[in-house]
Design a binder for this molecule. Structure first.
Ligand SMILES: [Zn+2]
Length: 392
């Protein structure tokens, strides 16, 4: 039985569908191996990070942890202890952090939206009034210091030809290019670490970037919303308009920006999923690591999201610090386990209100869904065969 693929979503604003995110591994020259010809089915069974689910039957004799000493729990401590016996077997002996994160994802479904919005507002305010940034200069966009020269020049030129020149297309719809300056990457890594240390000391529970990552932080929450919006409008939109016009790439208007962290004592990998975005920008910031390759399996609409992939859609990509990946949010993907070191990636989910609104009235997505396209071609072929037969 195949588990359904996950939809990575923001944790805060309530959306009907839960959702999440992805990552990769670095390799000095960023080569891409054109992955195994594995079907989505195989991949899905191994890799899918579906929404958490409790066991139907409690584990008899399980001795739950106590949670009374923790200040930042979202729910009464006894609730966590009480639910523990219903955890899936592999979580029974996990750390409290892991169990909390799992249980809170389940419980979040039952919390009224108003309450969540209020918590989020308070969280942002606490950061705004108490957090002292390490690198102030990261909070307003400085293209000359942030970006790689080749990227900056191509965007300044603005022509489709100049943009395409710096881009590599690894498989249909997966593009990479050198984007971030090395100094900017290390400053961003330091800022995130600084923020996490502050949160630890101030006993502020860091809100997760999405429903699938247990580590990382939302950059918009720590004051980078304006900077990231400018980055999207002035530097990603020109590229998305050329590469992703069929999925709203020319009308991106809002974003969700965050970092995710992988290491042996944090998240190791990321299940197979699609993003809650029209276009996703994913840039590796560093540091040193092995493993953690991103894998892709083709773009699909809601209806076909769990379907098979075709050989040409199968791709595995190794992260290179500073190098960006741009892909459609509906491009199915995941990240393999990191095997050593630490990997942090900056991710920007770019959205188009216009595209989302128009999508409600459409039933055929053959302009971007690989499966819809195959079916449309098949219908046309049958139609023209029938016509030919009538004519003779
Ligand atoms: Zn489709």
């Amino acid at each position: 039985m195949r588990e359904p693929l996950s939809m990575a979503a923001e944790v805060m604003p309530s959306r009907k569908k839960p959702a999440l995110q992805h990552h990769h591994h670095h390799n000095a020259n960023g080569q891409v191996s054109s992955g195994h010809q594995k079907s989505l089915g195989d991949e899905a069974e191994r890799e899918v990070g579906a929404l958490p689910k409790l066991q139907r039957c409690p584990t008899a004799g399980h001795k739950p942890d106590k949670y009374d000493d923790l200040e930042d729990l979202e729910y009464p401590p006894a609730l966590y202890s009480g639910m523990e016996q219903y955890l899936p077997g592999d979580l029974l002996s996990a750390s409290r952090d892991k169990k909390i994160s799992f249980l809170e994802r389940i419980l979040a479904k039952y919390r009224p939206n108003g309450e969540r919005a209020r918590k989020h507002r308070e969280y942002r305010e606490r950061i705004r009034y108490n957090y002292q940034p390490l690198h102030e200069e990261l909070y307003s966009l400085d293209p000359d210091r942030f970006f790689d020269r080749t990227f900056l020049d191509a965007v300044k030129d603005g022509s489709e030809e100049a943009l395409r020149k710096i881009i590599t297309e690894h498989s249909p719809g997966v593009y990479t290019f050198n984007m971030l300056d090395a100094t900017f990457c290390s400053m961003m890594l330091e800022e995130v670490e600084h923020f996490e240390n502050w949160a630890l000391e101030a006993k502020v529970k860091v809100m997760r970037p999405n429903t699938m990552n247990n580590y990382g932080a939302v950059l918009d929450d720590i004051g980078m919303e304006g900077m990231l919006n400018e980055l999207m409008i002035n530097f990603i939109n020109p590229m998305a308009a050329v590469l992703f016009a069929n999925v709203g790439g020319s009308s991106l208007d809002t974003h969700h920006g965050f970092v995710v962290e992988y290491s042996m004592d944090r998240d190791l990998d990321l299940g197979f999923h699609v993003d809650d975005s029209e276009v996703t920008l994913n840039v590796c910031l560093g540091k040193d690591f092995d493993g953690g390759e991103l894998f892709f399996r083709g773009v699909r609409c809601d209806k076909h999201v769990n379907g098979e992939s075709r050989p040409e859609e199968v791709l595995e990509y190794s992260h290179v610090p500073g190098r960006a990946i741009l892909h459609a949010g509906r491009h199915r993907h995941g990240a393999k386990a990191i095997t050593a070191g630490q990997r942090t990636n900056l991710i920007l989910w770019c959205r188009s209100s216009e595209f989302r609104e128009l999508k409600k009235y459409q039933r055929d997505f053959s302009s971007w869904c690989g499966e819809c396209l195959v079916r449309r071609k098949e219908r046309r072929r049958r139609l023209s065969n029938a016509k030919r037969q009538l004519a003779t």
